[in-house]
Design a binder for this molecule. Structure first.
Ligand code: ADP
Ligand code: GLC
Length: 484
């Protein structure tokens, strides 16, 4: 099948979170399953310099954006057989210090930036000599593409356009803008209704995708069920329920070429389920890197995260406060809301021999934390899929997660299956419930044989992309037969 993916982030070119990992890995997995995958994404600052293989295409975008006409150029990179990445160059929009924001503040022209990007994606789908059968768009930044395609089919003579699929990676980010932004789409006024693109007098890009895509997916079965309820639905549960026959939950896969402790080039020592000894060397190296007392017997907890409300920062700070009277260590790598960054830094200042914090974004350190810790904390308020808990499992680092979304779908608690247990789950969203889960972890830590069993079970669990890609292909086929 020929699939064009459109995403505002693609690993290894740009990344703020799991979206980048997922899209990069999906493209690769499709290509390796013998399909033709191409991914379109913006050319952000620094990409051109870092990837010398990028070549200019003989292509010029010149597209209306409201009353303006905006020009852009196209670059491409052949990554491997069957996988090409297209980069949209528009320096005023994308050549900036951040992807979405700077100093905690979103760019004021994000509607312009990503509506233009969506128009470029639809334009490529229509005019590339290589004609995709499916256009698979990700999150709000590309979510209006299905509406653009439908409009061009109905009014501008696009015969036989591709089917469309929207993946929701996070319902909390919808791309809502004051109604004036609707003009940027250059779509006719009749598209701007509460059934389609309007959301309480605003343009809502994600809702547009939900209304128009032939198929909609999200990144775990449980999150799919959750967001059809009022509690988790972020006010879009109604339209999701309306489209429930075309809505699927598919758990993300892991790129085990990138995340494999046996070959990970960022580690001090590689290890595997049968050679677990190497894990201790990574623990000591991590303690050293974070200037914590070197001691292989102290249980070491870690988190790598965007510091946003979603991630359960408030209950994590509360639970740590309570648990730091015991003999544990905790390391954090993260960045995000300034108040949260300060919260962790303050904890590190008060407990310098127990807590260490690195504010920032550091790919290498992320791998080293996965390898060096005994337990991984992920107490999310909600979590569409989550990747770090799956990385943790493969690195023999026992995840402690709140039973929500993809966390619930990927981790097995003792109470669900004692023989296969690979992590610890708690339900209630509270510091107390998380502290109790940490106490359970400490009890497991005291029993070497039990600890080994959890680790082995985790390292055995398999979230490889073969399964995930097969599920997407099924959805693509259904979407093709359902083209609206
Ligand atoms: P989300 O996409 O909601 O942020 P995921 O668990 O799906 O959560 O994916 C997060 C990805 O981003 C993981 O690959 C994780 O290692 C990475 N990540 C998050 N914060 C950082 C950071 N500060 N430094 C390095 N990698 C990070
Ligand atoms: C989002 C979600 C996260 C998911 C990722 C990739 O950022 O918050 O749970 O793993 O997208 O799908």
């Amino acid at each position: 099948m020929k699939v064009l993916l459109a995403s505002s982030e693609v690993h290894p070119f740009s990344k703020t979170g799991g979206l980048a990992d997922m899209v990069g890995a999906l493209g690769k997995a499709l290509a390796r399953a013998g399909h033709e995958a191409r991914i379109v994404t913006p050319l952000y600052r620094g990409i051109y310099e870092k990837f010398p293989g990028l070549k200019p295409e003989d292509w010029q975008f010149d597209l209306p954006l409201g009353a303006k006409q905006i020009q852009g150029k196209l670059f491409s990179l052949d990554v491997e057989k069957n996988l090409t990445i297209y980069f949209v160059e528009q320096d005023e929009f994308y050549n900036r210090a951040g992807i979405y924001l700077e100093n905690d503040v979103s760019y004021a022209d994000n509607a312009e930036r990503f509506i233009f990007f969506s128009k470029c994606a639809a334009h490529l789908a229509r005019y590339l000599p290589w004609q995709p059968e499916i256009v698979h768009v990700h999150d709000w930044q590309a979510a209006i593409v299905p509406a653009l395609i439908l409009h061009q089919r109905q009014n501008e003579g696009w015969g036989n356009p591709p089917a469309t699929c929207l993946t929701i990676h996070n319902l909390a980010y919808q791309g809502t803008f004051p109604r004036e932004a609707f003009a940027l789409t250059n779509l006719p006024q009749e598209f701007f209704t509460p059934e389609r693109m309007e959301f309480f007098d605003h343009l809502n890009c994600l809702k547009t995708g939900i209304a128009f895509a032939d198929a909609i997916t999200t990144v775990s079965p449980r999150y799919a069920r959750e967001i059809m309820t009022e509690e988790y639905g972020c006010a879009l549960d109604g339209i999701l329920r309306k489209r429930k026959n075309s809505f699927y939950g598919i758990l993300n896969g892991v790129d085990y070429e990138e995340w494999n402790p046996a070959s990970d080039k960022f580690l001090d020592k590689n290890f595997s389920a049968t050679r677990l000894g190497g894990k201790t060397a990574n623990k000591l190296a991590l303690q050293e890197e974070f200037h914590l007392p070197l001691d292989k017997n102290i249980p070491l907890f870690g988190t790598i995260s965007r510091l946003a409300e979603q991630k359960g920062v408030d209950i994590q700070l509360g639970a740590l406060e309570e648990m730091l009277s015991t003999d544990i260590q905790f390391v954090l790598l993260g960045s995000g809301a300034t108040a949260y960054e300060r919260g962790y830094q303050e904890l590190a200042r008060r407990f310098p021999t127990k807590v260490a914090v690195r504010v920032g974004y550091d790919e290498t350190l992320a791998h080293r934390i996965e390898a060096g810790c005994d337990f991984y904390l992920m107490p999310s308020r909600f979590e569409p899929s989550g990747l770090n808990q799956m990385y943790s499992l493969r690195y023999g680092t026992i995840p402690i997660v709140r039973a929500t979304g993809g966390l619930d779908d990927s981790v097995i608690d003792m109470t669900e299956d004692a023989d296969c247990a690979n992590g610890i789950k708690f339900r209630e969203y509270s510091a107390r419930a998380l502290a109790k889960a940490i106490r359970k972890a400490l009890a497991i830590y005291q029993q070497a044989e039990l600890m080994r069993r959890y680790r082995r079970n985790g390292m055995k669990s398999d979230f490889s992309w073969n399964r995930t890609v097969a599920e997407y292909l099924r959805v693509y086929k259904t979407a093709k037969s359902a083209t609206r």
